[in-house]
Design a protein around this ligand. Structure first.
Ligand SMILES: Nc1ncnc2c1ncn2[C@@H]1O[C@H](COP(=O)(O)OP(=O)(O)O)[C@@H](O)[C@H]1O
Ligand SMILES: [Mg+2]
Length: 225
């Protein structure tokens, strides 16, 4: 699905990431960790094709990112759901409309999908908040809305960038549980986080591999967690 072959990335200064290879197997669960500024968000962007590696090759569903046109990118956005670090909601639209935005944009906002939207909102515990505006939401509610929006197109892969930033421990456990449930439904999950406690907690619920960005390279973290 996502295959990185010896890739590097630089924003123009020195290399931020180098010699990175990774194959995300369908149905796998990964954490991506590393200190702030290590390149976790950049790495995720390489995984969904919004950035092109400056060296090496990134393949998304068998296609080289360098050869993808606009339609290919649009298709990729359906197959890879992303929970962005900063959520990025349209503040003048109610939560339900924000969550449904990917459907609206792709012209798939049919009656069936509207029923799915209701189900999805109650799955993340926001059934009663559908009409609220994003600025009225708590941190945990925002993160759950962002997760709902990431999965509304039924993607095969979910990439989550610090999905438990700015929420308390109980809420981070709840978000983790939702991601574990998605994984049990067969989705491939990659979560970027610097929260080692979250990773430790996850080990009780799911078989997860932990990747760490250290000195520009991607390493498989050992059993020292
Ligand atoms: N658009 C950009 N242009 C230039 N530098 C960037 C850009 N985005 C991120 N960076 C830099 O790249 C480094 C890694 O950022 P990021 O991938 O956001 O790390 P992390 O998510 O691990 O905190 C940081 O030093 C950051 O300032
Ligand atoms: Mg980041």
């Amino acid at each position: 699905m996502i295959e990185l072959d010896n890739i590097a990335y630089t924003y123009g200064g020195g290399e931020l990431l180098s010699e990175i290879s990774l194959k995300l197997a369908p149905g796998s669960f990964h954490f991506l960790t590393g200190p702030s500024g290590a390149g976790k968000t950049t790495f995720l962007k390489l995984c969904y094709g919004v950035l092109t590696p400056t060296a090496g090759r990134a393949m998304l569903f068998g296609q080289d990112v360098r050869e993808m046109d606009r339609d290919d990118h649009a298709l990729t956005r359906r197959r890879i759901g992303v929970v962005h670090q900063d959520c990025q909601f349209l503040n003048h639209l109610p939560v339900a409309d924000n969550v449904a935005l990917p459907l609206t944009v792709s012209g798939r906002d049919t009656l069936d999908q509207v029923a799915n939207l209701k189900e999805l909102l109650s799955w993340v515990g926001l059934g009663h908040r559908a009409g609220a505006l994003p600025p009225e939401l708590s941190g945990g509610e925002r993160q759950r809305a962002a997760l709902a929006r990431a999965v509304i197109m039924s993607p095969e892969v979910v990439l989550a960038d610090e999905p438990t930033g700015n929420v308390d421990w109980e809420m981070s456990q709840r978000l983790l549980q939702l991601l574990v449930e998605l994984n049990r439904m067969g989705k491939t999950i990659l979560i970027a986080t610097h929260d080692m406690n979250l990773i430790r907690a996850a080990k009780h619920h799911v078989q997860a591999r932990v990747l760490r960005i250290s000195n520009r390279k991607l390493q498989l973290a050992g059993a020292d967690l």
